[in-house]
Design a protein around this ligand. Structure first.
Ligand SMILES: Nc1ncnc2c1ncn2[C@@H]1O[C@H](COP(=O)(O)OP(=O)(O)OP(=O)(O)O)[C@@H](O)[C@H]1O
Length: 346
């Protein structure tokens, strides 16, 4: 019998509107699934339904270790970590053992159980601090340690990293991944950030409009956009239709593989070029974003570092854009730039 959490024919409705329709989903014990979707895709709706805590009308089956699970069975099996950490009155140490105390464990035993998790998550320097004085990043670390200390069969993570700065987020993701390794917990992370999926999850499902469009090993799913919606979600925001490429299918490219052809830069032969009008530039610190309008729609270029104003053509001026790497939406394969070079008639 398979262990872990799953569902069959799961549907969630608000009034007459169907918010979610997932025919089948399984996360085995010891594995982590990321559910990646844009705002409003139904990610939280899915987590609440799986945890049997939905306030909507739900049909279908929630499975625990392969069998339909009741609400009380799920309550015992599941621990959730939410976007905003909730700290109770008292020290960090007292907060970490809360879940164990709720489950009837003595104070002494709970402290002994929690100790390795406090070490694994690097919380020792904070244990005596008033939990309500913590930063959001610190509080989320406590909240995750509290969840892990219970050794749950199922861990549901509802965007717990979204309010953290990039360094804090990367540290916590790495520590959580290490802490989960070898544990018999089935973990589901919902997020809109593909980098979080890559950092934490072996498998990823793409959820759009309440339906799973793609599902598989994370590295494969993140690099195999199958339609314009999943392409956008996966960062392939530049859509190049056949009218632009001259090829048979729409191809998609990441902004980091798309750059302006600038004066004085020697161009190699390994990119396809298209002309357009420079709409605006945005300094992002580590990179400069340049938006260009072309005959077949907008393209976004990303140049590493700061581009000097003197290097850039004026807004409204004609520019050439080079796309170094693109994928076919029909096959998800990388498309060599050769076949559609000079498709715009250059
Ligand atoms: N009571 C309700 N009545 C009607 N629609 C609802 C109701 N509750 C939620 N929805 C809709 O369900 C959809 C999914 O919401 P949900 O919060 O699950 O999305 P999400 O993917 O978690 O989004 P976000 O990333 O913005 O948190 C949204 O379009 C939302 O407006």
């Amino acid at each position: 019998m398979s262990t872990g959490i799953g569902c069959r024919n799961l549907r969630v409705y608000a009034a007459r509107r169907e918010l979610l329709n997932v025919p089948e989903l399984d996360v085995a014990s010891g594995r982590t699934l990321a559910v990646l979707g844009p705002n409003g895709a139904g990610k939280s709706t899915l987590l609440r339904a799986l945890g049997h805590v939905s306030s909507h009308r739900v049909s279908g089956e929630i499975l625990l270790d392969g069998r339909p699970a009741t609400r009380s069975q799920m309550r015992d099996a599941v621990v959730a970590v939410l976007q905003r950490p909730i700290m109770r009155r008292g020290t960090v140490a007292a907060n970490v053992i809360t879940g164990l105390r709720f489950r009837g464990m003595s104070h002494r035993e709970a402290r002994t159980r929690a100790r390795p998790w406090i070490e694994a998550l690097g919380l020792e320097p904070l244990v005596d601090r008033d939990a309500r004085s913590l930063s959001i990043g610190e509080a989320q670390r406590v909240s995750i340690t509290r969840a892990l200390a219970v050794a749950p069969r199922v861990l549901l993570l509802d965007e717990p990293f979204s309010g953290l700065d990039s360094t804090t987020r990367a540290d916590l993701l790495a520590d959580l991944r290490a802490a989960l390794t070898g544990q018999p917990t089935a973990t589901i992370l919902v997020t809109h950030d593909r980098h979080e999926a890559l950092a934490l999850a072996e498998d990823t499902a793409l959820l759009i409009d309440g339906r799973i469009r793609q599902h598989g090993p994370t590295a494969e799913v993140l690099d195999r956009p199958g339609d314009p919606d999943t392409a956008r979600l996966l960062g392939y925001t530049n859509l190049l239709p056949p009218t632009l490429t001259g090829g048979p299918h729409t191809v998609v490219a990441r902004p980091e593989h798309t750059q302006l052809a600038l004066h004085g830069v020697v161009e190699s032969d390994d990119a396809w070029t298209v002309t357009g009008t420079l709409r605006r530039t945005v300094a992002l610190g580590v990179a400069t974003r340049v938006d260009v309008d072309t005959s077949a729609g907008p393209l976004t270029c990303l140049h590493p570092g700061d581009l000097l104003a003197t290097e850039l053509p004026a807004v409204g001026g004609e520019v050439r854009v080079r796309v170094r790497q693109a994928r076919s939406l029909a096959t998800s394969d990388l498309v060599a730039p050769g076949p559609f070079r000079s498709a715009d008639g250059e």
